[in-house]
Design a protein around this ligand. Structure first.
Ligand SMILES: [Zn+2]
Length: 222
């Protein structure tokens, strides 16, 4: 067979066929084989929130789901079990929820950054994947960096949590005058969102809002 585009397409689909025999597609949440990363059944039981959280000082955060059931499972699978196939469908669900917020589109969508060392060990930043439902040109991860590694927030008091994050982020001067939408996986006490927003506003951002996949209830711990 000569190497024509048709032969190449045949070869590609042959390889895909082999791959799906070796790793049959399955829902990453309920595990049923032959279904997409989030199957229809799991989508219907995701605990929708679609509501605004007011973190004070003018910082509003839109939450797509409540942290529980399949939504919490999706976040944990993505983050700790590296089920990156969940990234795309979760990003699409998040962007669809944002459109229901009725808020104006931002100039820039900025995923909450993780430190370089954590990125190396995890291999990806889950917030980058979650921001993928927005237009490519709108997503600007370079506008905010995590310049200092921080301890996990779990198990720290409120005061320790605030102190833990102080000075952990640095914003690019290019953020001046822009309205920014910060994207994160889970909103717990809002400390991370507040510190990111403070850093962006100090660098001249016109305004900052947040968008999270899940909100923990009550929103009081990290
Ligand atoms: Zn499922």
């Amino acid at each position: 067979m000569r190497w024509t585009p048709r032969a190449s397409a045949f070869w590609n689909s042959f390889c895909e066929g082999l791959a799906s025999l070796a790793y049959p597609p399955k829902c990453a949440l309920c595990g049923v084989a032959g279904l997409p990363p989030i199957c229809g059944e799991c989508r219907t039981v995701l605990p929708a929130a679609d509501r605004m959280e007011d973190l004070g000082d003018g910082l509003l955060v839109w939450a797509a789901f409540r942290y529980g059931g399949r939504a919490a499972q999706a976040v944990k699978r993505l983050k700790y079990e590296r089920a990156t196939s969940l990234g795309r469908p979760m990003a699409e669900l998040l962007a669809a929820s944002w459109r229901r917020s009725g808020l104006p589109d931002p100039h820039a969508v900025v995923p909450v950054p993780i430190h370089f060392l954590r990125r190396c060990s995890r291999g990806f930043n889950q917030s980058d994947l979650l921001a993928d439902g927005f237009e490519r040109g709108l997503v600007r991860p370079e506008l905010l960096r995590r310049v200092r590694p921080t301890r996990p927030q779990v198990g720290l008091s409120r005061e320790q949590r605030s102190r833990n994050l102080l000075g952990a982020f640095r914003a690019s001067p290019a953020v001046a005058g822009l309205s920014v939408l910060l994207v994160d996986d889970v909103l717990t006490g809002g400390f991370t969102m507040r510190e990111c927003a403070r850093t962006l506003l100090e660098a001249g951002a016109a305004n900052v809002a947040g968008l999270v996949f899940c909100v923990e209830e009550p929103a009081n711990s990290g």
